[in-house]
Design a protein around this ligand. Structure first.
Ligand code: TXA
Ligand code: MG
Length: 346
């Protein structure tokens, strides 16, 4: 059931459900989440069951503000304080050392915990209301079935889980791809999942250079500076964010070349690219939409676009590869995973 997220009646009902150990769909500025009381292991188990998510894939705990972080972790490096101070509320998740024994189910019993403070007004109000009744955080993965495309509208959430789930409608998500995850447990801040924030922005806010796992692979001196125990993020599986149609990431030249091939003409094709002269003369049906030219605009519509192509029943979705530059890292990451074939998620 989709309800208006800003109405106090809806929010009260959501809090009541969460207190009763039930699940609620909620908007954040990145993507919609499937929320439950992070301290209620049985409620958290329902998230895993509904998503079909393996129980060793930990969830993110959402908090109202940085004041609640101490409840979950009491070991924060200075750079984590800086990151929270500048980028929260916002699309940033921090991996921190966990306080002993807390939020077991939602952290897959790891020694670390992922915490994020979302900016969306509805999420903020819900978290504030929850805090007032002693619920310090909401475990909330993206509200999609495991391995599928993340939802950026309330209707997407309902498409995933049906009418029975209570979903707070907060409109279309502003960011559109999931939060940037920064591991703060290994002495240096390390990006585990790129999002809309660039390394440059993150480094300025952290007041130390923020590095990637690739940097670590490529530099032995960096490896020596970090704690070797690497937490794994489930979003780093090769195949994720997969629509039903086959996704191909292609250069403009490859698109042009393929469009001239006879074998393509029997396909129902979705094409997300810059305008192409060639399309005017195509003698077979193509659903074409222009890919936005800036990372922010592109991220905002990326998942909705993949879902829309699926809705049209296309066989293949061809996406013109964005630039391989740092500000496109989050988008390229999602596109590469969406395009990955040959694993159990397809
Ligand atoms: O933007 C977002 O982050 C959205 C919204 C709803 O907040 N949430 C989201 O959650 O993307 P989910 O469950 O789809 O992704 C959570 C990611 C997974 O890749 C998981 O492995 C990682 O966070 N994660 C959680 N706890 C972790 C930990 N202790 N160490 C390493 N990675 C962790
Ligand atoms: Mg997810």
């Amino acid at each position: 059931m989709i309800v208006p997220g800003k109405s106090m009646g809806s929010l009260d009902k959501a809090v009541e459900l969460i207190r009763a150990g039930e699940l609620v769909g909620l908007p954040t500025e990145t993507v919609y989440g499937l929320g439950a009381n992070a301290m209620d292991d049985q409620a958290v188990a329902k998230i895993y069951a509904l998503k079909g998510r393996p129980i060793d894939h930990p969830l993110i705990v959402h908090v109202y503000s940085k004041d609640e972080v101490g409840y979950f972790s009491n070991q924060l490096p200075t750079f984590a304080h800086h990151l929270m101070g500048s980028l929260w509320p916002g699309p940033l998740t921090l991996i921190l050392h966990k306080r002993e024994g807390i939020a077991r189910a939602c952290t897959a019993d790891l020694q670390t915990i992922a915490i994020r403070c979302p900016k969306h007004e509805v999420a903020q109000t819900l978290l504030k209301e929850c805090k007032q009744v002693g619920i310090w955080g909401l475990a909330a993965p993206s509200a999609n079935r495991f391995g599928r495309v993340s939802p950026t509208t309330a209707v997407h959430v309902q498409e995933e889980f049906g009418e029975s789930l209570f979903v707070l409608d907060g409109g279309a998500c502003e960011v559109g791809i999931e939060s940037t995850i920064v591991d703060c447990t290994r002495g240096r801040p390390i990006v585990l999942r790129p999002g809309i924030l660039t390394l440059e922005e993150l480094s300025i806010c952290a007041k130390v250079p923020v590095i990637t796992e690739r940097d670590l692979m490529e530099s032995s001196s960096l490896v020596e500076q970090v704690d070797s125990q690497a937490p794994q993020a489930s979003g780093t599986l090769d195949s994720h964010y997969a629509p039903r149609a086959l996704v191909r990431l292609l250069t403009q030249a490859q698109i042009k070349q393929r469009l001239t091939h006879e074998s393509t003409h029997s396909l129902k094709l979705g094409l997300w690219s810059q305008p192409l002269e060639l399309l005017k003369n195509a003698n077979f049906p193509i659903y074409w939409l222009e890919i936005p030219s800036t990372p922010k605009e592109c991220a905002k519509v990326l998942f909705a676009q993949l879902r829309a192509f699926d809705g049209l029943g296309v066989d293949e979705i061809w996406v013109q590869s964005p630039k391989n530059s740092p500000e496109w890292a989050g988008i390229n990451d999602r596109l590469l995973r969406a395009a990955h074939t040959g694993t159990e998620h397809r």
